[in-house]
Design a protein around this ligand. Structure first.
Ligand code: F0G
Length: 457
């Protein structure tokens, strides 16, 4: 008999988590204005709000932390990190930052100006925020197929080459770079194929433009290339990663995801002029160039994390857990963005809470219901997160309205996945009784989802 699949690690340290009663959750969520970001973590049983900074470090990473060099300038930790990044990505110039959005802030301060147009595939909200706050436009060129959650195609995160070509033909003089997010978080943790990266490169070359990879989940993207794209089955993850970055000019990185650290990020590039330009903003915003917002010990933990997470077994364990949850949802007929992505399941709220109008935010309502059901905290990637149009100030209802259930790396077992699936089934079974959603009573102008205050209708 073939042996079943099991994790490629065992557990050395544990952290207790707490259950609560429905009455407690009703009270806590009301106090949090029906915004799960406002809950305290001890009010949560299983936390799927993000896979960012929530992973478990390995024994090797913890050991590396003891080698941290906290020198202000020229710390050896920086050089260990830089050498690892250069070996894995091929990029020579590295600027550490405290997290991904700081990498965006530093690099975009050099590259994006009022009137710029930045084409890409479903820019992440901070990426979009850093573009729009500079009075520039983030132009979404994701393939249309990504909007049909029930369509099963292997690389649903891809850039549509025709849309990109059109964007460049129309706005070439205003485009500072093209940005490709791997994997495409907003479209459901969906991967981008090597073929697509090659096409983007060719179009960018035609218009003499550079390409940035938003690389928060680059290793998961490489796993999907290995397992889904013809010609890559026998390549190692490290070989695939090298090839992906060979098609780009630079990267912004949130190391809190595929670096498996709790805090950190960086910019890396092959171009000295980008490095020189970004340097000027790193020092005032983040810190001196050999720490840029990170502790020495965290740079060491990141160097080890990057190495470990570009190994197949580690990625396979993770992605199979996300698949496991997806299979449980299939048993119950719960619709989600198909196929399952790398870091999360994105439940299609608009197909579940069909009686709730867009104006009452179905995905946020589902997020609220799941928390009340079992203390499981997901988050809305939908109409609230989409913010208002900067010009018309209307809500943006054009995209998907999803409940994202992120799976932190190396944190929960498949028993936790079973609890999530059954809790969601219980909500799903009473979906027809949920007829009203939520109403916004207070919101911030940009990135409102973090602080929005809601009322239940
Ligand atoms: N790019 C992508 C694709 C991301 O998913 C994130 C963060 C960032 C950039 C910004 O990085 O958080 O380190 O500043 N995503 C988290 C999430 C927050 O929950 O998806 P950061």
């Amino acid at each position: 008999m073939e042996l079943p699949f099991a994790e490629s690690w065992k557990i050395k340290m544990v952290e207790p988590i707490r259950k609560s009663t429905r009455e407690q959750r009703e009270k806590w969520l009301k106090e949090a204005h029906y915004n799960v970001f406002q809950l305290k973590s001890e009010q949560v049983y299983i936390d799927c709000i993000t896979d960012s900074g929530t992973g478990s470090m390995s024994d090797r990473q913890w050991a590396a932390m003891m080698m941290g060099d906290e020198s202000y300038a020229g710390a050896s930790s920086f050089f260990r990190l830089k050498d690892t990044i250069t070996r894995i990505t091929g990029f020579e110039y590295v600027i550490p930052t405290h997290q991904g959005r700081a990498a965006e802030n530093v690099l975009f301060s050099h590259l994006v100006t009022a009137g710029s147009v930045v084409p890409g595939n479903s820019h992440f909200d901070t990426t979009k925020g850093h573009i729009e706050s500079r009075k520039a436009t983030a132009l979404d060129c994701t393939i249309d197929e990504a909007k049909d959650t029930q369509l099963e195609i292997p690389f649903k995160g891809n850039v549509d080459p025709k849309k990109l070509e059109k964007a460049l033909a129309e706005h070439a003089d205003k485009v500072p770079f093209v940005i490709v997010t791997i994997t495409n978080n907003t479209a459901g943790g969906q991967p981008v194929s090597m073929q697509n990266l090659r096409e983007v490169r060719a179009i960018a070359d035609k218009y003499k433009k550079r390409v940035i990879l938003d690389s928060a989940r680059f290793a998961e993207n490489a796993y999907f290339i290995k397992t889904r794209e013809k010609g890559y089955e026998n390549k190692t993850i490290k070989e695939i990663v090298k090839e992906m970055f060979s098609l780009a000019d630079g990267m912004t990185m949130s190391a809190k995801k595929d670096g498996i650290v709790n805090m950190g990020g960086f910019i890396a590039t092959r171009h000295e002029d980008w490095y020189e330009g970004a340097k000027r903003f790193c020092i005032p915003f983040e810190g001196y160039l050999t720490y840029g917002g990170m502790n020495g010990r965290d740079m060491d933990a990141l160097a080890v994390g990057l190495d470990e997470n570009t190994e197949f077994e580690n990625l396979e364990t993770r992605i199979k857990q996300v698949e496991y949850l997806a299979k449980r949802l299939d048993e119950f007929g719960i619709p989600y963005q198909r196929p399952a992505g790398g870091h999360a399941i994105f439940v299609d709220a608009s197909r579940i809470l069909t009686e709730i109008p867009k104006e009452e935010f179905p995905a946020q309502t589902l997020t609220v219901e799941l928390y009340l059901e079992a203390g499981i905290r997901g988050c809305e990637i939908g109409y609230i997160l989409a913010d208002r149009d900067p010009v018309t100030r209307e809500n943006r209802f054009g995209g998907l309205d999803l409940l994202r259930l992120c799976i932190p790396r190396r944190v929960y077992t498949n028993n936790h996945m079973d609890v999530i699936a059954v809790a969601l089934k219980n909500v799903f079974d009473r979906r027809n009784q949920i007829k009203r959603g939520v109403k916004i009573v207070w919101e911030a102008e940009l990135m409102r989802h973090f602080t929005v205050q809601l009322e239940r209708l």
